[in-house]
Design a protein around this ligand. Structure first.
Ligand SMILES: Nc1ncnc2c1ncn2[C@@H]1O[C@H](COP(=O)(O)OP(=O)(O)OP(=O)(O)O)[C@@H](O)[C@H]1O
Ligand SMILES: [Mg+2]
Length: 269
């Protein structure tokens, strides 16, 4: 069985004044194939840094990422990324955006068209294939980004605040879509979010990180992502365990933020 191992990762950024930031310290995690993990934590706790290291965009100061037995040494189509916004090719049609990966691999239209059409159907954009990206709403653009990522058939999908720029209603619809795609494709997914509710709904595993240095604070295994695959997310939110967990995690994050503010004030005085 394939797996993603984040093996004792530490990351230190050196600054021009010779000081440094310990963005991550001793992060070890293993994700089995098909697991969906959400990551939550105060601003600056190293979430994006961790995702960039898994993506291969950044080399860690120590530790390694091992996917299916192989050490990651740089970016690769086996690890797809979905950003908050702005990562599409604005001047290309929806179809050309989604088929970009296969085309870059040298595939002919006859090889990828069926899959690209299928993916556009799954994300509800079959009628918009020929439109340019700039003609689409933010929610539609994020659906293109998901389809484009899936067209590369990655083993792992990495999402950094993928729904953060959307209005509440569109965001809820997209959360359902992420769950549907997760179940249909069986991909391993890591999803960063600032929303406790989103982390609860989309995290079969939920990782809470703490700052300075960025580290794992607590991990949960939750039933809500499985429940949400077939149910309305508003129904899932009515589950008594959901509100209990939401309160628990909100206070946890709140306490961390308070501590950061306190430290900030001490450093400033
Ligand atoms: N290229 C860099 N050079 C120096 N410091 C950096 C660099 N990238 C990140 N950092 C620092 O590392 C820490 C973690 O940053 P990171 O962007 O990973 O946090 P984050 O959890 O994603 O925050 P946010 O929730 O605001 O997106 C921060 O203190 C940040 O200032
Ligand atoms: Mg970030």
């Amino acid at each position: 069985m394939s797996s993603l191992l984040i093996d004792d990762i530490s990351m230190r950024f050196y600054l021009p004044d010779n000081s440094h930031v310990q963005a991550l310290e001793d992060i070890t995690l293993e994700l089995k194939s098909g697991e969906l993990m959400s990551v939550l934590g105060p601003s600056g706790c190293g979430k994006t840094t961790l995702l960039n290291i898994v993506a291969g965009f950044l080399a860690p100061t120590s530790g390694k990422i091992i996917l299916n037995g192989k050490t990651v040494t740089g970016p690769d189509a086996e690890r797809g990324m979905v950003f908050q916004q702005g990562a599409l090719f604005e001047w290309m049609s929806v179809r050309d955006n989604v088929s970009f990966g296969p085309r870059m691999k040298g595939q002919q239209a006859s090889e990828y068209t069926e899959n690209v059409d299928h993916l556009l159907d799954v994300v509800g954009l079959a009628a918009f294939k020929e439109k340019s990206v700039y003609e689409l709403s933010g929610g539609m653009q994020q659906r293109v980004a998901l389809a484009r990522c899936l067209a590369n058939d990655p083993d792992v999908i990495l999402m950094d605040e993928p729904l953060g720029a959307l209005d509440a209603l569109t965001r809820e619809k997209m959360q359902s879509l992420v769950l549907k795609l997760w179940k249909e494709t069986g991909k391993t997914i890591i999803l960063i979010t600032h929303s406790v509710e989103e982390a609860l709904l989309l995290g079969e595993r939920l990782l809470v990180m703490a700052p300075r240095p960025g580290r794992i604070h607590k991990e949960y295994r939750l039933p809500f992502a499985d429940m949400g695959v077939d149910a309305d997310l508003r129904e899932v939110k009515k589950h008594p365990d959901y509100s209990a967990k939401r309160e628990e995690i909100l206070s946890m994050i709140w306490d961390m933020e308070e501590e950061i503010m306190g430290r900030g004030e001490e450093e400033a005085s």
